[in-house]
Ligand binder design. Structure first.
Ligand code: DGL
Length: 261
């Protein structure tokens, strides 16, 4: 069986790419809901319905485990899918969100001031704030920056424009934050520009560098899952809407030439 990745668009491809590089012994399937992007300003119920559709699709493709690589969807749906859908329909399968592992990694850096830059919906859900408050021994002050303008730019390949807008927002709103969490799968594309700009003054956390280790660790602890996973690093991509320029974009996100099914 395979590992599935769900995202509202192409952003999560960078996370799948990083996971497949670390765990090449498995096969991967990706579902990008490009027809409904962006999720960042949709109501919670709609995000739940759309995410569930994607998860069901990935289960039909023989995915045993689905990572919701979209922070907006993770924040609004991961726990609800686990509690309300999996136990009745797919008790053997797993759906994992991306927010909790990101917070675990953040705790490693032991900051006292952190800025989260994410979509409007992720910020409004207060998921990062709530998870931080319930995690043990962490005294962190979190500044949340909603930057809905970045996703459409990144999805169109306008990386320079997105990076400079992100830099402006961070400079204006992140105060003295020691760490900036890029809390949106699309922002993996701007991490290099941000690191070049901020140098050592701010630690930039990017989820394509967090999730592979966390997943590998999870699979080590859950042999009942890892022993059912098979493959040899094959990757398939399903997009709910396929614009001609997406083939080029997928090449940029995944590396090399890539065509969606
Ligand atoms: N990639 C999604 C995330 O990680 C957001 C993009 C969108 O607004 O659809 O939050």
């Amino acid at each position: 069986m395979k590992i599935g990745f769900f995202d509202s668009g192409l952003g999560g491809l960078t996370i799948m790419k990083a996971v497949a590089a670390m765990l090449p012994q498995f096969d991967y399937a990706y579902y990008g809901d490009t027809a409904n992007l962006p999720y960042g300003d949709k109501p919670e119920e709609e995000i739940y319905r759309l995410t569930l559709e994607g998860v069901k699709y990935l289960f039909e493709q023989d995915c045993l485990l689905v990572i919701i690589a979209c922070n907006t969807a993770s924040a609004e749906t991961a726990r609800r899918i686990q509690n309300e859908f999996l136990s009745d329909n797919y008790p053997e399968r797993k759906v994992l969100g991306i927010v909790v592992p990101t917070i675990e990694m953040m705790k490693y850096t032991t900051p006292t001031t952190v800025a989260l830059i994410a979509t409007k919906r992720t910020v409004e859900s207060n998921k990062y704030l709530n998870e931080l408050e319930t995690s043990n021994n962490v005294m962190v002050s979190l500044t949340q920056i909603a930057a809905p303008e970045l996703v459409p730019l990144i999805e169109m390949g306008e990386i320079e424009a997105a990076s400079s807008q992100a830099i402006n927002r961070i400079e204006a709103e992140a105060g003295e934050s020691e760490v900036v969490v890029l809390g949106c799968s699309h922002y993996t594309q701007i991490k290099t520009a941000l690191r070049e700009h901020f140098g050592e003054s701010i630690i930039i956390l990017s989820q394509d560098e967090i999730i592979p280790d966390k997943l590998s660790n999870y699979l080590d602890r859950h042999q009942e899952i890892s022993e059912k996973l098979t493959g040899e690093g094959a990757r398939t991509v399903h997009l709910t809407e396929h614009r001609p320029d997406y083939d080029h974009q997928m090449g940029v996100f995944l590396g090399g030439v890539f065509m969606a099914d």
